[in-house]
Write a protein that binds this ligand. Structure first.
Ligand code: ZN
Length: 141
C-alpha cells in the first residue's frame, strides 16, 4: 500500500488516499476515476508521499537496529564473563569437559571452546553440563 497526498487543482484542497501501488494510482487517474473529495473535480494531482509513512518505516528500521545492538551487547557481556571465569581450550573442549567431569576436581574451573553438535550431544548423554551459546568474534566491532 502506498499513501499519496492528492491535491485538487480546482478547489486547492489536499487529502490523503491509499493505493495498492503507484501503478494503481496511474490507472485510476487515466480512467478519470480520481475525483476530489470536496468538489468532485477530476483535476487531481499527486503531491509528495505522506511524510508519516516515510517516518514510520524509518523508525521501524531504527527499532530493528536497536534490538540487534541490544542482543549483541548481551552476547558480549556473556563473553566477557566467560573469558574472565572460564579457561579457553579451543578445539579440545570435549576432552577438557570430560576430564573435569571424570576427575571430579574440587573446584573445577569451567572451560570454553569449540565443539560440534555431535560432541555436545555426547557430553550431555554422559551427564556433562555443556551449553551452546551464540558467539561474536571480537573483530566485528
Ligand atoms: Zn476539489
Amino acid at each position: 500500500m502506498i499513501k499519496y497526498r492528492l491535491l485538487c487543482k480546482n478547489c486547492n484542497l489536499n487529502f490523503d488516499s491509499w493505493f495498492a501501488s503507484s501503478n494503481e494510482y496511474e490507472k485510476l487517474k487515466s480512467k478519470k476515476l480520481l475525483v476530489c473529495h470536496y468538489c468532485n473535480s477530476q483535476k487531481i494531482e499527486k503531491t509528495i508521499m505522506s511524510p508519516q509513512l516515510i517516518n514510520k518505516s524509518k523508525s521501524d528500521e531504527n527499532i530493528k537496529l536497536q534490538r540487534i545492538n541490544e542482543v549483541k551487547k548481551t552476547i558480549k557481556s556473556y563473553q566477557k564473563f566467560i573469558k574472565n571465569n572460564f579457561k579457553y581450550v579451543g578445539k579440545n573442549f570435549a576432552f577438557e569437559a570430560r576430564s573435569i567431569h571424570y576427575n571430579n576436581e574440587k573446584k573445577p574451573k569451567g572451560v570454553y571452546g569449540t565443539a560440534s553438535k555431535k560432541d555436545l550431544k555426547e557430553l550431555r548423554d554422559e551427564g556433562i553440563d555443556a551449553q551452546m551459546i551464540p558467539w561474536i568474534e571480537e573483530t566485528d566491532n
